[in-house]
Design a protein around this ligand. Structure first.
Ligand SMILES: O=C(O)CCC(=O)C(=O)O
Length: 275
């Protein structure tokens, strides 16, 4: 996995890989994006961070925190930039996610560009992604974390709590980012391990919507960049009740789901099957 010249990985999974995802709650894939593609994605990401949008419209939310430690987080970059859109909406990513959760089709929920600078970033408290997305009635979501730098043990890798997606839903942590070490109190006898996502740039980690995960600050001398596709089954339906940016964005388009309907409309682009 470490070699920069490693061949790109195919998107068809084996039955054993799918069974392991069910058991562990995550799947670590090889390189889906070549080094040249990653260089182009990073150049596009830097343009978006600088406020330059080749699609002519901004991302949905931009958070540029300079103090006390830098953390850059930009949501729905696919609206702003052609290269980032091609990356996060990749049919390969959609195909892998579809196989992992047994979905006939996959739509984008939202993307997220993350940039933890050298000696910076923040602790990301252990959390479950779907706990923030309960307006998706069915927990059929996958987070697809695309490494844009080689991830090192000291660069604040994402850490999975293996098997924790089997424990059901937890209350939301008290603030998702900050210099804290909140850890969930696991049931006695629950056997798990913390698995850091140490992968080369261009490789992708996939995790289940209920898997507990977090990350530390970046203690290294290099940036730790990633772009994340948070995706859902095309069968998922809209259940209002928890506030989310996607809800106030989706109503800007004439086509959007009403309560109980499947997600549809321009806010949620289809990813798989490929058009
Ligand atoms: O990149 C990180 O450190 C955390 C990202 C995360 O929590 C996620 O993508 O679900």
């Amino acid at each position: 996995m470490k070699s920069p010249s490693a061949p790109l990985a195919a998107s068809t999974l084996t039955a054993a890989e799918i069974a392991l995802f069910d058991q562990r709650g995550y799947h670590i894939h090889g390189k889906i994006f070549s080094d040249d593609e990653v260089a182009a994605i990073n150049a596009a990401a830097d343009r978006v961070i600088a406020g330059q949008y080749d699609k002519g419209s901004p991302p949905d939310v931009t958070t540029l925190r300079r103090e006390p430690v830098d953390l850059i987080k930009i949501d729905n970059t696919w609206k702003a930039d052609t290269t980032l859109a091609r990356t996060v909406l990749s049919p390969k990513i959609g195909h892998i996610a579809a196989q992992l959760i047994g979905a006939p089709s996959i739509r984008m929920w939202h993307d997220q560009l993350l940039d933890k600078p050298p000696h910076g970033g923040r602790v990301v408290t252990y959390h479950q992604d779907w706990a923030y997305w309960q307006m998706i009635a069915e927990c059929k979501t996958v987070t697809c974390w695309i490494a844009l730098d080689d991830v090192l043990p000291e660069s604040g890798p994402m850490v999975f709590l293996e098997g924790s997606h089997k424990l059901g839903i937890w209350t939301l942590p008290d603030g998702i980012t900050g210099d804290d070490t909140q850890k969930p109190k696991l049931p006695a006898g629950f056997v798990t391990r913390e698995v850091p996502l140490i992968i080369p740039k261009g490789a992708v980690g996939f995790h289940h919507g209920l898997l507990l995960h977090g990350s530390d600050r970046n203690f290294s001398t290099s940036r730790r960049r990633a772009i994340v596709s948070h995706v859902m089954s095309g069968e998922c339906t809209y259940r209002p009740g928890q506030v989310h940016m996607n809800e106030w964005m989706m109503v800007r388009y004439p086509e959007h789901p009403k309560p109980g309907e499947k997600f549809r409309g321009p806010q949620f682009p289809p990813m798989w099957p490929a058009a």
